[in-house]
Design a protein around this ligand. Sequence first.
Ligand code: SF4
Length: 180
Amino acid sequence: MADQKLLESIFLKYGLEDFRWICPGEIIVGQWVRFKCMFGCPEYGKNGCCPPDNVPSVAQCRAFVQEYGEGVIFHMAKHVDKPEDREAWSRKIHKKLSEMEREVFLSGYHKVFVLPIDNCLLCRECNKDRKQCVNPRTARPTAEALGIDVYATVRQYGFPIDVLPDYSQTMNRYAFLLVE
Ligand code: SF4
């Protein structure tokens, strides 16, 4: 069992206040999520942490999440005035999550793995190839890139999530932490 009190103090240090402990066995992984990447996402094949070449198969991703004893879902709500603002916000969150993941690792949790809220935006221009990634230690795939059905998974715990028709509405974004 992870020392939840200790880890929660780390989360709070990084301003991650809205979270919930979960059992990774309850994370829902679906092949349809990968199909949505393939047929609909403009980042498909263009990001070093995205399908098709830079993430494992959906079956491997399902096995991966089940190898963890505990998990955390972090909820982040944000309203942006214009679509371009989302990128800067996501980048800031990714950096914060990376630092938090490192601190959890240094606390003795060698398996810890974070899944950020957005595709990797650490660089302005992505090299598109995991082998050419300039931040291999901190670049991480999103939950969606691993085939996680974020909608169904977070709804199990009562978190809000809806398809938003435009940017005038508040986004509800989710990051995951796997730990043991
Ligand atoms: S760190 Fe940079 S090169 Fe690596 S996946 Fe992220 S954006 Fe691409």
